[in-house]
Design a protein around this ligand. Structure first.
Ligand code: 1PW
Length: 199
């Protein structure tokens, strides 16, 4: 059931992104991102190193939502206040959270492409190295590879969430498509305001 909730939440965001002249509410975005919290808890300790960082950044966005309605308005406020790249700014946290969504997307693509008994850790390494590796120093990279070493198998993960290989793959596929749309929107949001996405 949990996999479906995640896929649906990002599906809802993708519909908004694809609607002309519409903007993404911060609340809806942070709520969708928070759907992963339970998975982190289940996958502990493999993701312990990432959990605090991801959770606190998503919660920071959630906190921003009463005062700024849309992601674009939130980013604009940081631009006006000249604090886009400041540690802890909403915009900086949004870029980090976007990478989290991207890492999960690459990981999901691996899950779809590999055998049922293949280890989750191989998929996690690949996704991490591709998305976060270039942005992290050696200490964090080491923590990541140490953490992933304790990941269970793909079959065990599906079982924990009461999914069969078939049902899991349906939801994973829909997250892959929906998140691609949302991530492309976020890249556009940053690039159209000349903020860059490689910092
Ligand atoms: C179910 C699979 C979930 C995968 C989600 C992946 C999230 C991985 C996040 C890794 C974060 C590791 C430790 C923290 C690193 C920070 O130095 C860094 N944060 C990130 C997300 O790169 C920088 O954050 P800062 O300086 O803006 O506070």
């Amino acid at each position: 059931m949990k996999f479906k909730e995640i896929a649906d939440a990002f599906g809802e965001l993708a519909v908004i992104v694809n609607t002309p002249n519409s903007d993404v509410p911060v609340k809806l975005f942070s709520h969708a991102c928070s759907r992963f919290f339970l998975i982190f808890t289940v996958l502990e300790p493999a993701f312990k190193f990432a959990e605090n960082d991801y959770v606190s950044k998503v919660n920071d966005l959630a906190k921003a939502s009463p005062s700024t309605l849309t992601l674009e308005a939130m980013v604009d406020r940081d631009i006006e206040a000249k604090r886009v790249r400041k540690v802890g700014s909403h915009t900086r946290n949004l870029l980090r959270v976007k990478r989290g969504l991207e890492m999960i997307r690459v990981l999901c693509e691996e899950l779809l492409a590999t055998e049922a008994d293949s280890p989750l850790k191989d998929a996690a390494y690949k996704a991490y190295n591709q998305v976060f590796g270039p942005h992290h120093g050696w200490a964090i990279q080491l923590a990541a590879s140490t953490g992933f070493g304790s990941l269970l198998s793909k079959a065990e993960l599906f079982q924990m969430f009461n999914e069969t290989e078939e049902t899991a793959k349906i939801h994973i596929q829909s997250y892959v498509s929906a998140s691609a749309t949302v991530i492309a929107y976020l890249d556009y949001l940053f690039l159209s305001k000349n903020l860059g996405i490689d910092w």
